[in-house]
Design a protein around this ligand. Structure first.
Ligand code: CU
Length: 151
């Protein structure tokens, strides 16, 4: 009886761990002089995830090289975006964005992200946000199984 209960709990917990298909995530980026962008360097992102920059007409979004990011140079931008709402799909590897308005990058409007290979955001890969939700059924299920086993 106890073993049957343990099995049942494991069966209930298993599908959400292995069968869930996680879509790419879309992160808002509030692109202005007040936001602190350093947290983005520690975020776990995957290729295919998107950044949606939300900004007013005083700013632009310029995708630049690493050295131009470090030196706040927007004249060689790989891509320039304006209009206040720009969604960028991340490629694998690092990406660098700065604001093209003079002085803004130097004041901190610069964003660096690194995206892992696609598929790394699946539960087995360990994307932080996704990983937690995928193990939640186990965290809940194991105590239940223990209770069932002991009773
Ligand atoms: Cu700006």
């Amino acid at each position: 009886m106890a073993f049957a209960a343990v099995f049942l709990v494991i069966l209930m917990a298993t599908p959400s761990v292995f069968a869930m298909d996680y879509p790419p995530l879309n992160y808002p980026v509030y692109w202005n002089l007040a936001t602190n962008y350093t947290i983005w360097t520690t975020r776990s992102l995957s290729a295919g995830d998107k950044l949606t920059f939300i900004y007013d007409f005083t700013h632009t979004v310029e995708e630049v090289s690493k050295s131009d990011y470090e030196n706040c140079v927007s004249s060689n931008a790989l891509e320039t975006h304006t209009g206040g709402n720009t969604t960028i799909t991340l490629k694998e590897g690092p990406s660098y964005f700065i604001c093209g308005t003079p002085g803004h990058c130097a004041k901190g409007m610069k964003l660096q992200v690194t995206a892992k290979a696609p598929g790394m955001s699946t539960p087995t890969g360990g994307n932080g946000a996704v990983g937690l939700s995928s193990v939640a059924p186990l965290i809940i299920g194991l105590p239940l199984a223990l209770v069932a086993f002991l009773s």
